[in-house]
Design a protein around this ligand. Sequence first.
Ligand code: SF4
Length: 298
Amino acid sequence: MIKLNGLHLLLTYKCTYECDHCFVKSSPFAPGTMTFEKVKDSIDQANKLGTVDSIYIEGGEPFLYYPLMLESLRYAKQFGFKLGIVTNGYFATSVDDALLWLQPLCEIGGITLCISDDDFHSGADREDSAAQRTQKAAEQLNLTGIEICIDSPCLTSDPHKPGEIILGGGVRFRGRAAEMLIDDSLPKFPWDNFDKCPDENWDEITRLHLDSYGNLYPCQGIILGNLNNQTLNEVVKGYDHATHPIAAPLHSGGPAELVRRYNLDLKDAYHDACHLCFLARKSLLPRFPDALGPEQIY
Ligand code: SF4
């Protein structure tokens, strides 16, 4: 079932960066940006559901479409939703200039600003990065700022699991990461180890992403419905994890079950569950075009 609390609008797939770990393969050249009509319609539908309490605006980089981002936040605010934005803060050429960009958010009020600040976004200079300047401006304005930090994959250890090799850094090997961050120095594990999805609860979904093509997905690239030909209510009421061709195996046996159920030629070793899951889904794309997409993610 879906008990929807949060709707995350991917305002655009376009981004100033082309990060190796990006789940949705955003880049300066990526097509796919929402119109304001589509934003308003999705917020209206979220409001009618009666269960949604937060609307997040993300991407891609939503500040690239600044007027659209602001109007979307204003529109959502009137319904009393909690609001959030995810940004890399690219616009912060100085703290003073960042104040100019953030001040209108204060006027709307109640917005949480999630700022991506890590090796991928800020490069070597983590002390004086655009993300740090955005963070400082947010503090001056008393805006709630949360840092999102994903570091490059590395080997680490856990004192509670002595001797066990652990993959650190927080990267999930899906999307562009499955192609760009593969490194033979990182550990791999047999495919049938991955018998659980680490991040999604497929029989009780609480948040969905909506992209400019109308796709609704919990984990990026696994489509549960499309707002171009269904209502949000129809998608929410119609979802049954047991009959969805991708959710059903993921729920019962993780990515390994995707391999078994569809007899995929992927009985090898992988960096993590998402690595196997992504490659399995990519190979299933032609078979389940309504359940997997959009193509650019793959
Ligand atoms: S295992 Fe698959 S569905 Fe689960 S979080 Fe990873 S990529 Fe998403």
